[in-house]
Each structure stands twice: as structure tokens, then as C-alpha cells.
Design a protein around this ligand. Sequence first.
Ligand code: UD1
Ligand code: CA
Length: 452
Amino acid sequence: MTTRIIVLAAGKGTRMKSAMPKVLHRLAGKPLLGHVLDTSESLNPTSITVVIGHEADQVKSTITHAVQWAMQTEQLGTGHAVKEGLEGIEDDDTVLITYGDVPLTRASTYQALLDVCNDKTVGLLTLIMDDPTGYGRILREGGAVVGVVEQKDASSDQLTISEVNAGVVSIKGGTLRDLLSRIDNKNAQGEYYLTDIHELAVKDGLSITAVHPDDAWEVDGVNSRSQLARLERLHQAQVAESLMDAGVTLADPARLDVRGTLETGRDVVIDVNCVFEGHCVLGDNVEIGPNCLISGSTIASGTKVLANCVFENASVGENATIGPFARLRPGTKTDNNIRIGNFVETKNTHVGASSKINHLSYVGDATLGKNVNVGAGTITCNYDGANKHQTEIGDGAFIGSNSALVAPVVVSEGATVGAGSTITRNVPADRLSLSRAKQTDIENWSRPVKNK
Ligand code: UD1
Ligand code: CA
């Protein structure tokens, strides 16, 4: 069976009051349309066609999925939009039609619709809602679905129907093409409604099988920022639930945001207000303190991240302590048992086992061996105004506080750099190197006193 998916995403989303097309607004860090396309791809269809119109170029340049684009230059309605997406679709194909602004429908729900579709049957996603306002209503006769009426075209009797059209349809390509050629725009909105195909289908002797989602939020569309925020919280609540199911302790499931994928080991503990972006991995017994932003990073077993740390594409070994207030920038990699303390910034740096950078330092473009101690206020001067240079610090070296290491420079094994030094030449192994003015003590000096 050849499955083809058409995603409608040409609308402007007027109620978002945005310069950006609605389908590019983000839920859990990913465009709404990206969610729909990820779910669509998981069904391995032969093709996915996205119908775009409003700000089409922005949509095309943001979305990286392998899809076919179809243009709907004027938004004349959902039926018209599907027509624009029919290219390449054969009569015998099974077509699934979805909306780019309904991000959280499960793949299993799409699959259930595909499963009921055949030459005689159209699948339609519907559900009973406490407040059906705004949705198309499902018309039934003797229990069978006979059509869909839009809110704006419904009689007062029809408005009391609580079964609504979620929008997703499965239908054979030939049937779809034929029915779409017969719909008109004589309705309250002057639009070609996709929903008009159902009444025509029933008249042709086809039947409509209603499929229901497991959860009502699967059909929630985003029309306003308020709905987007509500759906974000719903989604985050589910992510938190599944993390807890997997054995993670969350100080407050309502104060965690995962904008990507978070892999966790056993007995991970996450304090409040943490945000995870991209793909992150936390090993067994990792503890994350409050207010941390962890992006694209891996933190190995037993490591503690204290409050207010920021990680970006970093990888930390086992049993380390990071923070509070540490910033690990891209390319930071550490071995086990290291310590990176408060107000330390690292970038493109490898920190060897058991080394410490405890306070107030910038360490960039550097390689530290094991058991290195970097004193407070140490700066690797990696940038000469034009190029970046490397600093190398050997095993067991000790860098005194407030030192500037002017790269390119090597501090060899076991070397000690005296506090306050500016190091411009390589430091030999096992020596004390100093580059600071000697202290002078002036005798018989008296401190000035204020004039009366
Ligand atoms: C539609 C359904 C309604 C259903 C509801 C579920 C129709 C006529 N109505 O109404 O029965 O209850 O969805 O959410 O189908 N779009 C285009 N081109 C257009 C018009 C729309 O691409 O010319 C796209 C929009 O970008 C959006 C989707 O189609 O992604 C739905 O359009 P929208 O205007 O939001 O339809 P609703 O009024 O919500
Ligand atoms: Ca809508």
C-alpha cells in the first residue's frame, strides 16, 4: 500500500499577531510543523507534501525535513489547499491529510486512520468535546456519519452537537481528487471546505469511519499564543511524567522544560527551573541543581551540577562537580573527578582527570592534563585580536591566582606559576616560574592625612 501524506500549512494564523507564519511558532523548541512532519515521517510514507502559501520562503528555509512543497498562492480554503497538494498522487494511493498547526497527534492515531481507509471507506478523526465551539460538527444519521458542518454554517440545532471534526482524514487518492472537483465555496466563509467532501462521499455510497484519538489534546490546534502556551504546558507535563516513570526525581514536574530529547540513567535528580535543549544525556545518579540550562550536553554518572549553570555542547566525565554559576561553552570536554567552580567559563577545552578550576577563570582553547590546579582569576589569553591560540598545561601543574597565560604557550608537567604572573614563554617542568615585579617595602613612609 502506498501512503502519501498532505500537510496543510498555507494559512497566515492571523490570531498569532506575528510576522512569522503560524506553523513556525515553536512548541518544545521545535516548529509546530516540525512536530507534524516528525510524526508523519515515522509512518514511512512514500511522500509528504506540505502545502504552503503565507510566508512560504520562511517556512521552506526553516524546515529541513525531506518533503515536497506545493504552493497555494491564495488561501481559498482547506479543500482548495488539498487540491494544490495533489500532484503525484495516484488513484490507488492512501492519502492522509493533516494540519500543520495541530502538533501533538500521535503516530498511532494517524495509523488507525490509515488502517480504516479503503475504496469504500473514508477515515475521519473525531471526538466528543465538552466545549465544541469553533470546530466543525459531525452530522450523523442512524449512527452513521453523513457530513460535517462548519461552526459558521451550522444551525442552532447543529451547534449543540458535541462531536467535532479534528481535521485529519484518510482517503483514497482517486476518491479525493474526484470529490474535490465537486465542492464549491457557497458557504458562510466563501471558502472551499475540505469538510464538504464527506457529504458527497456518502451520497456516492461510501461510508465515513470515525476514528478517535486516545487523548483529547492530540487534536488541539494552535490558533493563538494562549493556545500555544497551554499546549506547551500540556506537552511538558507529559515529558515530566515519562521522566518520572523512567526513574527520575523531579523537584517540581511543573518547573522543567525539555526542548529536545533527554536521556537519563537511574536515580537522576533534577531541581526546579531547569531547561534542557537538543539531545542531552544524564548518567546514573547525576544531580542537576536549580536554574540550569543544559544544551546538547552529556553528563556522566555521579556528577553534580550545582545551581545556575549553563552548558552548551559540553561533555563532563564521572563524579565531577560543576558550579554554582559555571558556564561550559561548546567543545568543553572533561575526564572524571574534575571540579569547575563558580564564575568559571570554559570553551574548546579538555580538562584531564581530577583537575580543578575552582573560581573566577576563563579557560579557552586549552588542554589540561590530570591533577592540574588552576588558581582563581586565571585567564588563558587565547585571542591576539586576529587568531585563536592554544594553551597546554601538563599533569600536576599549579597555576597561581590571577595569572595570565598568553597563548600559544605550554606550561609543562609539575610546573608552578607564581600568582599574578603573565606567562608569555613556555614554562619548563617542575620549576617555579614568576613574572611579576618584586615587592618593595618602604621604611619611614607615612600615609598622607587629609587637609583640615
Ligand atoms: C478546520 C475544519 C474544521 C475542524 C478544524 C479542526 C475546514 C473547512 N474546517 O477549521 O471542521 O473542526 O479545522 O482544527 O476544513 N489552510 C490552508 N489553506 C487555506 C485554509 C487553511 O493551508 O486556504 C490550512 C491552515 O494553515 C491550517 C489548516 O489548513 O493549518 C486548517 O485551517 P483553519 O483555517 O485553521 O481551519 P479551521 O477553521 O480551524
Ligand atoms: Ca484551525
